[in-house]
Structures are given as structure tokens and as C-alpha cells.
Design a protein around this ligand. Structure first.
Ligand code: FAD
Length: 435
């Protein structure tokens, strides 16, 4: 009998265990009404991914079956139509995905859960002294490096699909909100990967250089599975490039937060260390300034504006802006997480929550009381101020690193800038910032 490949966040034909192997396959994607809750940026990207995948499947003699509704009910309905009980799905860790798996099983389907969302599935690396998951990255990374990987799935040349299944309609691609957002889809992902691979040799030295902007920008493609993380890891490992190790380490961070989430599924709302989660201030005004990129601290504002313009933010800027919200403004990390989730195309539960909790000190950072001085960060990672001037046009005429501290400019110059001074509610910190 045929099997249903229930595609979720594995929207690709390369190294996709769901689409590889013998026998008839029915590739299915269910547009869950809950997806309407995704940000406009992410909805747009998802639609582009689906359109691209449909083309790739058609090139291989199959099609993408699109259904709208509850994924479990629609899968059961299609299984009856096709006369099969076999359903394959990629293993995933969020609450939502876990519930979907349980419901598919109790609906009487023969559910086969296969890897593909991470390089190593959660549970592949376990702490030596017992326990479900690692809470600290460095020991995880050491074991991750030593653990063997699965063989990638063969890319199918043709896919046999039973006749007579109505493919259903893919709705129009919705408009996004960020004017400079990346386009979705496996084809675009592979094009970007090819174009970027030459940069890998510089990755170790430059991935924190905000102006150089030389990171891969593959995160959204990993988020929707347009690229296989395993394929990416294998490709990095196969080069002798000095950047490969640093890049693999970042992919291991991604795996790390998936295994944390598998063990701690409430990660997006509950602190991992409750004792560090008690003293958040309520300050609507400061939150608004942060969201709008109008805090008066240029490196923070540049990051926040990049987020809206591109649906993406440089990792160093994510660290600086998140630390600024939680450690300096004292505002709850969940509010920051929600804002990131609204705009980031790559926004996903494990990485967004894991990183926010790390920055806020409620997670698994081994130095929870770490503070990021945004000015020192700016001077170190954007020494010439190019990143700031790219995103904060009000400061485009301020030369060099002076752009990071507009309050130090001579009074007449400062008055001529249409740019706010540091936030009122941030007054004490403003003193500290000037030092
Ligand atoms: P590269 O530097 O090219 O790295 C390659 C890949 O490694 C990335 O695509 C990503 O999949 C992975 N990676 C890199 N850094 C991290 C990290 N710190 N944690 C986990 N995986 C990492 N990443 C997301 O994918 N989704 C999120 O929702 C997300 N939210 C974040 C929130 C905060 C507060 C912070 C500090 C970081 C967040 N990150 C998130 C991690 C990181 O910033 C992005 O993955 C990275 O900037 C994506 O750009 P890139 O693809 O060019 O990365």
C-alpha cells in the first residue's frame, strides 16, 4: 500500500527520509488554520516553500497534496481515500508537534517517525551521568562532535504516487511585512548555500562582524526544512576550511536547543531556572521604544530596525538587543520573545526560547548574571559604525565609531540629529553607558 508523507517542516526533496525509498508515496501538507497565527513574514515564506516543493514533486512525477483543516483529521481522511494506514512524519520536539504525533497514533494510523529536523535527533547524545538532556552547551558539543551521523536519504529521481488523488489548491502567496525579506523555498535555499559556501573559510573570524554581514542567512531555510541540517553539516565537514568547526558549532547550538525543548517543552513560557525569573518591570513605554528601534542606543536601534526591514537580525544584534531589554530595561524576556517571533522568518520555539532564556539568565547560561554593555559590544563588533549607519539613517552623517555614542557629540551636532537621547526609564543605565 502507499504511504502518506505528512510534510511539516521538511519542505525539501534532498535528504528527506519521507520522500525517499520504494513504494508509492502521497506527499501531503495540511494548512492548519493555526498557521494563520504565524506572522505575515513567515506565512509568505511558507507559501513560497510549498510552491517550490510542489514544482519539485511535479518534476518527479508526483504532486503536493494540499488540504486545509486539522492536520490529524485531514491525514486520517486522506488515509481512507488512499486505503492505507501508513503515515510517515519527521520527529519534532515542540508541544504542538508532540500532540500531533500522539493524536495520529490514537487515530489508529501506523505512524513512522523519522529524523530530519536536526543533525542529531534529541536523545542521540545523552549526559554520561544519566538524565534526559544536557542543560549546558559545552559538554553537549563535546559529545555531539564524537557522535556518528545517519546516512543522508537518497534524493528521489521519480516519486510514484497513486492515481486519482485531487491535489487541492495552494492559496495565493500572502503579502509579508518586511520589505527586504528573503524568499522561501528549497531552490532558493540551495542557490544561497552555493553562493555562500565560499565564505565558510572566513566564518570563524567574521561571523561576529556585524558590518561584514557574512553569516550564511540559512536559518529560515533550516526553520522550514528547505535545507537538511545534516546535509549542511556534512558539507561543512567535508571541506578543510578553517571556518567549518565554528559553523558546525552553531549547528550544534541548534540541535542543543531542540534537545532542551524535547526535555522541557514549556520552554517558550516557563523559565528553566525559576529563581531567576522574578523581578521583571512593567514598562509599556520602554518596551514600545525598544520595539520601534528608538531607545537612543544606536546599536540596539539598528538591530531592531533590521528585524522589521528584513525579518531577520544578525546574531550579535539579537544578543545585544535581547540583553538590553532584559538586563538593562528589566523587561520580561517573554515579551521580547513574542516580538521576535512576530517578525523573524526563522523564528521557532526551540531556538527563539532557548536563546531568549540564555540571554535573560533564566535558561542554561553558565553565567546567568552576565551583562552585555551595548557600547562595548558595538565598539568591538561594529568598530566603524557601518552596521548602525545602514539601519539608522538619522545617524548616517556621523562618521566612524562616534556613531555609537551620539550623546558624546558636541551639543550643536547632537541637536541637529533627529535621533532620541537614551530612554528616560533607562536614566541610571545611561549614566553607566557613558562611562
Ligand atoms: P549562521 O551564523 O550562518 O549559523 C548557521 C546556522 O546555525 C543558523 O542558520 C542556525 O540554524 C544555527 N545557529 C546559529 N546560531 C545559533 C544559536 N545561537 N542558537 C541556535 N542555532 C544557531 N535562531 C533561529 O533559527 N530561530 C530563532 O527564533 C532564533 N531566535 C534567537 C533569539 C535570540 C535572542 C538570539 C540571541 C538568537 C536567536 N537565534 C535564533 C539564533 C541565531 O541568532 C540565528 O540562528 C542566526 O542569527 C541565523 O543567521 P544565520 O543563518 O546567518 O546563522
Amino acid at each position: 500500500a502507499a504511504r502518506i508523507a505528512l510534510l511539516t517542516r521538511d519542505l525539501r526533496v534532498h535528504d528527506n527520509p519521507l520522500l525517499s525509498g520504494d513504494g508509492e508515496i502521497v506527499p501531503l501538507f495540511v494548512l492548519d488554520p493555526r498557521l494563520a497565527g504565524l506572522s505575515a513574514n513567515r506565512q509568505r515564506f511558507l507559501h513560497q516553500c510549498l510552491a517550490d516543493l510542489r514544482d519539485s514533486l511535479r518534476d518527479r512525477g508526483a504532486d503536493l497534496v494540499i488540504r486545509e483543516g486539522d492536520p490529524v483529521a485531514e491525514t486520517v481522511r486522506l488515509a481512507r481515500e488512499v486505503d492505507t494506514a501508513t503515515v510517515q512524519v519527521a520527529g519534532d520536539v515542540t508541544d504542538y508537534a508532540q500532540r500531533r504525533e500522539r493524536r495520529l497514533r490514537t487515530a489508529g494510523l501506523d505512524l513512522r517517525v523519522t529524523p530530519g529536523v536536526t543533525v542529531l535527533p534529541p536523545g542521540a547524545v545523552r549526559p554520561a551521568g544519566g538524565g534526559q538532556s544536557y542543560r549546558v552547551f559545552t559538554p553537549y558539543w563535546k559529545s555531539w562532535e564524537r557522535t556518528g551521523w545517519r546516512e543522508p536519504a537518497a534524493t528521489p529521481r521519480t516519486i510514484a504516487m497513486p492515481d486519482g488523488i485531487a491535489p487541492g489548491r495552494l492559496p495565493e502567496t500572502p503579502a509579508g511585512e518586511s520589505p527586504d525579506a528573503l524568499a522561501g523555498g528549497e531552490t532558493e535555499a540551495r542557490r544561497r548555500l552555493r553562493a555562500w559556501s565560499g565564505e565558510l573559510s572566513r566564518y570563524a573570524d567574521e561571523h561576529d562582524d556585524m558590518a561584514a554581514d557574512n553569516t550564511s542567512r540559512l536559518s529560515a531555510y533550516l526553520r522550514f526544512g528547505c535545507l537538511s541540517p545534516l546535509e549542511l553539516a556534512l558539507a561543512a565537514k567535508a571541506t578543510d576550511s578553517p571556518g567549518a568547526q565554528a559553523f558546525l558549532r552553531q549547528l550544534a547550538w541548534r540541535d542543543f536547543y531542540y534537545q532542551v525543548t524535547a526535555a522541557f517543552p514549556r520552554i517558550s513560557t516557563q523559565p528553566m531556572r525559576p529563581s531567576a525569573d522574578t523581578t521583571w518591570r512593567s514598562d509599556e513605554d520602554a518596551l514600545q521604544h525598544w520595539q520601534d528601534g528608538l531607545t537612543g542606543v544606536p546599536i540596539v536601534d539598528a538591530g531592531m530596525r533590521q528585524l522589521r526591514a528584513e525579518g531577520w537580525m544578525h546574531n550579535r544584534a539579537r544578543l545585544i538587543t535581547a540583553a538590553f531589554l532584559t538586563k538593562h530595561l528589566g523587561i520580561d524576556w517573554r515579551l521580547g520573545l513574542r516580538w521576535f517571533s512576530r517578525w523573524l522568518i526563522d523564528g521557532d520555539v526551540p531556538n527563539n526560547s532557548g536563546n531568549w532564556q540564555w540571554t535573560a539568565g533564566t535558561g542554561n547560561d553558565t553565567r546567568p548574571y552576565r551583562r552585555f554593555n551595548p557600547i562595548r559590544q558595538a565598539q568591538r563588533f561594529d568598530p566603524q559604525g557601518e552596521y548602525v549607519r545602514r539601519y539608522v539613517p538619522e545617524l548616517k552623517d556621523v562618521d566612524g565609531g562616534a556613531v555609537h555614542q551620539p550623546w558624546r557629540l558636541p551639543e550643536p551636532v547632537r541637536r541637529g540629529l533627529d535621533y532620541p537621547g537614551p530612554l528616560e526609564s533607562h536614566r541610571d543605565e545611561a549614566v553607566w553607558l557613558r562611562n
